[in-house]
Design a binder for this molecule. Sequence first.
Ligand code: 5FU
Length: 271
Amino acid sequence: MAHRRTYGDRAKVHKNPAARLLLETIERKQSNLAVSVDVVSAKDFLNIIDVVGPFVCLVKTHVDIIEDFTPQLITELQALSAKHDFVIFEDRKFADIGNTVSLQYSSGVHKIASWSHITNAHPVPGPSIIAGLSSVGLPLGRGLLLLAEMSTKGSLATGLYTEAAVEMARENQDFVIGFIAQRRMDGVGKNSTSEEDFLILTPGVGLDVKGDSMGQQYRTPEQVVLESGCDVIIVGRGIYGKDPSLVDSIVSQAKRYQVAGWQAYLERIKG
Ligand code: 5FU
């Protein structure tokens, strides 16, 4: 079972460059923490990333919420990625036909494929969404996560939908490196094999509160990594709260989540 092995060992068996990069970065930095930087000003965005950079394996972005977005922001994000050694994941949640998503991924203002190591898609259109995205991303060495589950109350991504998402991923393992999900997907669906090793990146993680007023639900790093076998914890407001200028507090929260995530992983591989 993949989740009993170390991140470093798992890096060696992955052929997709983005999956390898993420696993190697986790091992090198001893961090399975991803920070989701959901702020609307470029200045806050870059400040938070510079502060949390040393403690994370990955920075998750929603670049379409940034009010003063310019291509220069991407240059600065890439410089921070090199400075602090983290992977970039644009949480774009593509959900259209193959032709449209290939254009959304490659073009427009954001040109996501040119800078984001990893992105994600809803499986709702069927396998054609993977064909569209991989036509752009595969030649660039990018990786895709399918949304097999969501963290929100009342999510429709359950049962047969989740199973179908996992089967779609199994058919496209050169580009689909894993899932956004709340648990490991080993054994889900009919065609599960013991060799498969999908990465599970999990949002909806918080140590202090159980949710927000808009349906978000939080579980702890221990529940996510140790009990549910997920690989990366994604934390947003739990780290930077409401005030992105409180550097000391952001540093202490980032360290706290990094330690909690890593402890849960060490417990897990102990078996
Ligand atoms: F796919 C998902 C999901 O199921 N739940 C999520 O919360 C994605 N997310 C994202 O993780 C969401 O868009 C936010 O960017 C982030 C969670 O932020 P929070 O501040 O930790 O709640």
